[in-house]
Design a protein. Sequence first.
Length: 465
Amino acid sequence: MFSNLIKFFNRITIKIIILYSFTLLVSLVISFFMVYSFFEIYLENKTKDELINKAKTYKILFRQEGIHGLRNQIIKEAEIINNVELFFKIYDKKGEIVLNTNAGIHTKDLVINLENYEKLKPDNYTLTTIDYFDVIVYKLSNRYILVIGKSKFENNKLLNRLMEIFYQAGVIVFFLSLIGGILITNSITKKIKNISNTAKDISTSMKLDSRVPITGTKDELDDLALLINNLLDRIEQLVKTLKETTESIAHDLKTPIARIRSATENLLMKNNLSKECSNLLVNIIEETDSLTQMIEDLLTLSKLESGTFQLQKEKVNLSNIVKKLYNLFKDYAAIKSVDLRLKIQDEIYIYANEKYISRAIANLIDNAIKFNKENGYVNIELYQEDQGVILKIEDSGIGIPEDKLEKIFEKFYRVDESRGVYSGSGLGLSLVKAILLQHDASINVISKEGEGTTVIITFPNITNL
Ligand SMILES: Nc1ncnc2c1ncn2[C@@H]1O[C@H](COP(=O)(O)OP(=O)(O)OP(=O)(O)O)[C@@H](O)[C@H]1O
Ligand SMILES: [Mg+2]
């Protein structure tokens, strides 16, 4: 679950989309704050100008009509604006209130600090913010101080509306950017996927003739695809040359070996040979046989690994194939004092090439008997499960050291102890692997040195194909 999540976030598409949307969101938030601050400052300045102008107008009225005229005018105005937006206060020299109008509930009780105004000359003013009001304190004359406060309510309403618009725009832009991001990255990752699919084709099923599709957009990814295709052309050519060279060497070797064998056979027919000489000749024949087998194996391997050869497959009865092989190896196991046991489900079918799959299984049974101990055993099990058809070959033999396990599928590799003591060329398991690859089957080897080895092969169920 957790690893799936990591895998999801590691995808290039997701990384680009997250980065893209995040950058967009950050730029959006920054531009929002810039616009918001601009408006806030603009509204604040507008209110200040309004208050200064108002105070100056009252100052003129004060000069013309005195404090009583001003007081009456303000009371009138305060009634018209319904006492909500503005409040007015007039203080005399001693700090006594001459006028106090109400805006909202509490402005009558608002305390204005007038300490510094005594020394100031008339027409000086200060602008401050008290609670939810922008306030101007204006010195009308040496006797009176006028205070006008304007509620911030309207300004805040405007700013809140602006915020709402930005929220809505933010959500819309974010989703649009998400869709845009998905569309852009999809077209990029599609091309990358094409490249990785081709690489997968080649590495899993050795389809060397696979090529990356060229979309014709002439961008960097198309260039890369072209480059990879050129590289694949060269690799294919190299593999082909290597295969042809191996095949021709192998063919050239086969004829002289066959001649050596028939000459040795002719010699062996002679009557007057000493026992030592006959034994030597038999040894030579055995060696030529194993050489011929090795050449055959090499030829088959090169064919299977060339990437251009596909085995013909059909529905085969694997239970019967395994039974046949069991009967074939029974006597050999008895000679080696190994108990060969069979436990299989009948009528198990797979898609396979009977000849090649028999050869692969034969090699595994041969190994299990060959690398066994005296009075040891080999269990062959075949059964069907949901995940596939399982063939298990378990032996009680010498086992394989852990550090050598991954090498046993290499060509000509034989674990040190096998050299000299056991016959074989070390090509068997390379062949097994190449054959199983063509059958989409997996092989797993579990082994403990000195205790034994278990080889597990999983073939795909016919219904899963
Ligand atoms: N069941 C097994 N138990 C112990 N060692 C094994 C077993 N199967 C394989 N090995 C080790 O892996 C090596 C490679 O096996 P592989 O079948 O490829 O070669 P081989 O049996 O030696 O020769 P060939 O199969 O060509 O006759 C063997 O030489 C052996 O050392
Ligand atoms: Mg073998």
